[in-house]
Design a protein around this ligand. Structure first.
Ligand code: PGA
Length: 250
């Protein structure tokens, strides 16, 4: 079964962050114990800044909410500045009232990635499943760190990162360090089990991936194309990221 995601195209990255943050604020207001799936990277920074501000001014509370991040690099301790633990702490968690024990990320240091994947899946299940999954998209169509070729029935597991992804993520690392070659990521099946999905994309670097995801074949070669199998996906993007979709629509 295939569905057509609802797509909201806005002028620029600020408008996208405004819209996405307002969307999340509304969902949390309606369901204060919402279980969120959360992304990292450049795209969500503006969203997190707005959520922090909403919390600071008393318009929003995460006191009863839980969160599960999509992924973490393998081998990076939570204190490493380029780890996603550090990113989330700095961008969001330390500024809001979320219960630290309910803000989850995969453990990149787990010696047994298989056991860590199963532990993470169990935690999600015990929390009642993910209510709203917020996603970015890679220039190669990845979601989480599910790179092209990831099976649609994959679950939380260790993966190897493509050179394209490692290069795109270089900016987070000191010049003297290399980007890890592996990560632990929620699987595609894990993502697809969320009750609702909000995908956010900005900039021309995402235009081809977004067009492939929405208009190309539904194939593991473009992991985000699987989102058409989900009945409740909203895409919020700027005109630059939407350029490919609009070409297809002509
Ligand atoms: P970005 O990453 O927001 O840093 O572009 C998105 C992604 O890789 O999912």
């Amino acid at each position: 079964m295939s569905f057509v995601p609802q797509t909201v195209v806005l002028g620029d990255a600020d408008a996208v962050a405004d819209h996405a943050a307002a969307y999340i604020v509304d969902k949390l207001a309606a369901k204060p114990d919402l279980v969120l799936g959360l992304p990292t990277g450049e795209t969500p920074r503006g969203i997190y800044a707005r959520l922090v501000e909403a919390c600071r001014t008393g318009k929003l509370s995460f006191a009863r909410a839980s969160s599960f991040n999509l992924d973490e690099y393998r081998g990076l301790p939570p204190g490493h500045p380029a780890s996603y633990h550090a990113y989330m702490r700095e961008m969001l968690f330390r500024h809001i009232d979320i219960e630290p024990a309910r803000a989850h990320l995969p453990n990149g240091l787990a010696p047994d990635a298989g056991a860590e994947g199963r532990r993470y899946e169990r935690l999600i299940e015990e929390a009642g499943g993910i209510g709203l999954m917020v996603l970015g998209i890679g220039g190669n169509g990845h979601i989480g760190f599910n790179e092209p070729g990831s099976p649609f029935d994959s679950r939380t597991r260790a993966v190897r990162l493509t050179e394209q992804t490692r290069e795109a993520n270089r900016r987070g690392f000191p010049a003297s360090e290399t980007v890890p070659e592996a990560a632990i990521t929620m699987g595609i099946a894990t993502i697809l089990e969320a009750r609702e999905i909000l995908l956010v994309a900005t900039g021309t670097a995402k235009a081809d991936a977004l067009a492939d995801a929405l208009k190309g074949p539904e194939t593991p070669e473009c992991p985000a194309s699987v989102l058409r199998r989900h009945p409740a996906v909203t895409i919020v993007c700027d005109t630059a990221a939407a350029a490919g979709i609009e070409l297809c629509a002509r």
